[in-house]
Design a protein around this ligand. Sequence first.
Ligand code: FAD
Ligand code: DHB
Length: 389
Amino acid sequence: MRTQVAIIGGGPSGLLLSQLLHRKGIDTVVLERKTRDYVLGRIRAGILETGFVNLMREAGVADRMDKECFVHDGTVISHGDTQFTIDFKDLTDTSVVVYGQTEVTRDLYDAREAMDGTVIFNAENVQIHGADSDAPHVTYTTDGDEHRIDCDFVAGCDGFHGVSRQTIPLTVRREYEKLYPFGWLGILSETPPVHDELIYSCSSRGFALCSMRNENLSRYYIQCSLSDSPDDWSDDAFWQELKRRIPSEYADKLVTGPSIEKSIAPLRSFVTEPMRWGRLFLCGDAAHIVPPTGAKGLNTAASDIHYLYNGLIQHYLDGDDTGIDTYSEKALARIWKAERFSWWMTNLLHRFPDQSEFDLKMQAADIAFLRDNRAAQTVLAQNYVGLPY
Ligand code: FAD
Ligand code: DHB
């Protein structure tokens, strides 16, 4: 088989790139290790920046999102008895939208199918060959049969555990990582959200977040120990702990119900440099991870796709390689700022096991400054709604 761009990974990054390129007449093949149902069963991000929304529109897949999403003009931050709103709209004239990653991915799969895009599921043993040559190719197996795709470029959109990053030799690749000493336990429940804005809550018992997917689907998270497993937490224990960590005005009106999904994600910051090696380009979680505080994971994947998509259309339509040659540099410049923001928000709102009394005073002072200072709120809001591409 021959294609112009072989895309490894059928998550949001790979599908969005495939859809955008297809609409410009550039041929792609997407190789996904799992099934479509498996990918759609993963409950992940929920908040989209305007840049992401615009890319979905450019990809022609925004109709359902535009109808069903919720626009959020601000978010609540609480610390003990203090709570205040960061008004994104007032501070930056921009908002974010609530629309789940599952729905984004479903819309992209539907669009790929409608355009007869090639997505190969259950692709095993994917290997990238000759990425540093002029003629790369990718091999994979399905049902024990080996296949080969010759291509001009390879987009590594295969997430943190994929093969693409590992293909770049260690002599070229430099990795930066920070692990946090806690995780997030998340549940999804068919109950109305406790508030019409998100609530990020820093309490003496640890962090909690109240989020949502729609008017009858809520997503809640609590900071948990890395040694916890979801089975250690009954629904009742989760709800009790959440109530202890959020302001009483919300705890009192929280509607609880059975969880329909429960999972734990460890928190990590990670960046690999460079994001390009020869004709291989890394995008999204394949190249970087942020802790979820601040909702940047999926949104940083989208900015990578923006830069790579524009670089590839410049190459194919104008014969100009400037965009692909500056891809790594441009993508990383924005990524590092999102890494900083997610790291800062994680430090601001979580309880750390080794926090001293002094550290707690510093955290409280940081939050009080944010509450009282419009400039500090503007910095948070600018980062939360998304830095420009
Ligand atoms: P992925 O979504 O990981 O997609 C990669 C795809 O590649 C997968 O479908 C995988 O099956 C496939 N693949 C992997 N290896 C191979 C291979 N060898 N060959 C072929 N295919 C392969 N972000 C937020 O903003 N908010 C959140 O609440 C949030 N929660 C998260 C919870 C969890 C448990 C995780 C893991 C991430 C979460 N994120 C969150 C981050 C966000 O979901 C990711 O940033 C986003 O999914 C990145 O998209 P991606 O397409 O780059 O990678
Ligand atoms: C969600 C996840 C986040 O990490 C976040 O900061 C906000 C919302 C969510 O899953 O809804």
